[in-house]
Write a protein that binds this ligand. Structure first.
Ligand code: UQ1
Length: 443
């Protein structure tokens, strides 16, 4: 089926279309149709659109995303630590999306899976044969009273690597810090890059040690009952925290920030009704996250948690066989990282193609995810694991220890790999290298 667009010339005269035009009675509203619709132009959406735009041909893929910029979010920790600049972390959306796909710079406001059609904010409709949902996850800074006020005030010491709006503030906070508490928080919700809240704590501790600032106390306050999900790397991280004198407090949840007094209020999750206040000079917050509303409020598509209900092996929607999902918007029970998206891409490619050809889906996602746990200026533990939190390491050495090579991999190799290969549909995670490095003997 061709993509078509009716009355397109009335609204966007510069967009050249090759498909056929259909007349419609609803003037000034476009009706599109396509073989594959991709909702979201982030890591998953852009990469899968790239694969299919070249496979299916010009304008057979439509991609919908309202953003001007595409960020490589995995770089935000490095920006917070002063090791990268914000302008290295993004490209213009029009430069990363595949040229053969039609980009609608718009937001999907409603999905009707029974009609295989979506509606956008501008009032356009897009009918699809197949759809990949890649809408990501949202940040909920508003949920914590006082947090936005603190983030917006340049002298407050409150920062967050999680948003391009605030990530550039972090390094200034680290540089100015010379005494008192530096508190790093992890919220009581699913988050993207579950390692990021503690990476910046270790980087800050390293900065203090290198600059002889002995009067700073670094605290990592997490709502989780563990330091890290995968036990192998949890063991390593407890050692890192001890070595770097980072005090780890488990089961504590940030519930309020008082920027005027430089106080943070926490709730204990292990002792009901207990709250406590800690003073800070620096407060780095990982905000609570929430599923994207367009999925969460759609009861046909989401489960009770608000995420897109897909099969954890095939990535196909549990009710609608022409819908697939990738990345942070899904119910996949693995850590939400760019590396996980890379691992899902190959499975999605194979299963979506099988579905399009009316064949049985044979590829299974094992939950592969990776978290390059940067532990300072020059060291990194390259965690890689599956659904069962068992290590799935690429390299033929123990990745549970801090290494300079892995730091350089994270800092210099990954961004290249991401922009030049993954977003062009040419990287499906390191699985193939893992097999070669382990000579086919293991995993
Ligand atoms: C990866 O595949 C990936 O995608 C480009 C990343 O960027 C988000 C990563 O940070 C990592 C670690 C991987 C996994 C790759 C290797 C070689 C361990």
């Amino acid at each position: 089926m061709n993509c078509y667009k009716s009355l397109a010339y009335l609204k966007s005269p510069c967009r050249i279309l090759t498909g056929r035009n259909l007349s419609t009675s609803t003037a000034l509203r476009d009706q599109h149709s396509c073989r594959l619709l991709v909702v979201g132009g982030g890591a998953g959406g852009c990469s899968i659109a790239a694969k299919y735009a070249s496979k299916l041909g010009k304008n057979k893929v439509i991609i919908i995303d309202p953003a001007d910029r595409h960020y490589y979010q995995a770089m935000f920790t490095m920006i917070g630590g002063g090791m990268k600049k914000l302008n290295q972390s993004y490209k213009e959306m029009e430069d990363v999306l595949p040229k053969d796909a039609l980009w609608l710079k718009d937001t999907v406001t409603e999905i009707d899976p029974k009609k295989s059609q979506v509606t956008t904010q501008k009032g356009d409709t897009v009918a699809y044969d197949y759809m990949v949902v890649a809408t990501g996850i949202e940040l909920d800074f508003e949920k914590i009273p006082g947090l936005l006020e603190g983030l917006k005030d340049h002298r407050s010491g409150v920062c967050s690597n999680y948003s391009p709006l605030y990530v550039t503030k972090t390094y200034g906070c680290i540089q100015r810090l010379d005494s008192g508490n530096a508190i790093f928080t992890y919220p009581n919700s699913p988050v993207k890059c579950a390692g990021a809240p503690q990476k910046i704590a270790y980087i800050t501790a390293d900065y203090m040690q290198r600059n002889g600032r002995k009067n700073v106390k670094v605290l990592y306050n997490t709502a989780l009952p563990v330091i890290f999900k995968a036990p192998k790397y949890a063991t390593s991280l407890w050692k890192v925290a001890e070595k770097k004198k980072v005090k780890v407090n488990l089961n504590v949840d940030l519930i309020e920030v008082r920027p005027d007094k430089k106080e943070a209020v926490f709730k204990s999750l292990s002792k009901p009704d207990e709250t406590f206040v800690q003073e800070y000079q620096m407060l780095h917050v990982c905000p609570p996250h929430r599923p994207t509303p367009v999925i969460a409020r759609n009861k046909e598509l989401s489960d009770s948690t608000g995420f897109l209900a897909i099969d954890k092996g095939t990535l196909q929607h549990v009710k609608y066989p022409n819908i697939f999902g990738i990345g942070d918007c899904t119910t996949l029970p693995t850590s939400k990282t760019g590396a996980a998206v890379a691992g899902q891409l190959g499975v999605l490619r194979k299963n979506l193609s099988a579905a399009m050809a009316g064949k049985t889906l044979t590829s299974t996602y094992d939950g592969y995810t990776s978290c390059p746990l940067v532990t300072g200026y020059g060291s990194c533990i390259m965690a890689e694991f599956d659904y069962d939190s068992n290590p799935l390491e690429t390299f033929p050495f123990d990745q549970g220890v801090e290494r300079r090579t892995m730091f350089l991999m994270k800092k210099d190799v990954m961004p290249q790999l991401y922009f030049n290969l993954m977003l062009r549909g040419l990287w499906e995670g390191p699985g193939i290298f893992r097999k070669i490095m382990h000579l086919g003997l293991s995993k």
